[in-house]
Design a protein around this ligand. Sequence first.
Ligand SMILES: CC(C)(COP(=O)(O)OP(=O)(O)OC[C@H]1O[C@@H](n2cnc3c(N)ncnc32)[C@H](O)[C@@H]1OP(=O)(O)O)[C@@H](O)C(=O)NCCC(=O)NCCS
Length: 187
Amino acid sequence: MRLETERLVLREWRDEDKALYAKVIGDPVVRRFFPGLGTPLDAAMGIERARERLKQFGFGFLALERKSDGAFMGMLGMAPFNENIRAAIPGHPEVEIGWQIGQQFWGQGYAPEGALAVLRFAFGTARLDEVVAITYEGNLPSRRVMEKLCMVHDPDGSFEHPDVPVGHQLRPHVLYRIRRPVWLAPG
Ligand SMILES: CC(C)(COP(=O)(O)OP(=O)(O)OC[C@H]1O[C@@H](n2cnc3c(N)ncnc32)[C@H](O)[C@@H]1OP(=O)(O)O)[C@@H](O)C(=O)NCCC(=O)NCCS
């Protein structure tokens, strides 16, 4: 899987991405809405998992690269939920879109630009019916990206994230949805 936009390349992972991705998820500012920092082991395991899912489903979380200078920016893509998370979300949606990029790249519309290409792939090539996004309720930048994509907040979809300790302030999560446009519907 490889997607391109005007300014971005979304590509499959290389081994050398592991150290670069570890820097992104090890940054306390990037992780301020997560219950902890990501370790180098988390980065390596996340990349291996993404590779497996790309093989299994034909889509997954991808490495995000800036076209102009080839800079590694972070992760952006879509994947089926882990079963324990899916079970915790009302209605049990199947596939999420998600993003995590280095702070030096923020505020330039890169995440919505890349995510739009992922949604085109989701509804065009992969023929999915729906894609959702979840985030901590206070993660306003991530919610802004969802809104820029015309994803719709589902107030009935709020849930407590099962991987965040009970009672932790980052546990309440919100759900945004987007469905395949009718003009792309099969038949
Ligand atoms: C969420 C994220 C991917 C947005 O990426 P982005 O490429 O900066 O997206 P945009 O440029 O469209 O900016 C989205 C919003 O982020 C906020 N933002 C922009 N620059 C910012 C900065 N330097 N610091 C904090 N917030 C900023 C603004 O609210 C912006 O909305 P606006 O365009 O209406 O002003 C990025 O902030 C990120 O990686 N955050 C850390 C990881 C994370 O929380 N991921 C989501 C987990 S669910």
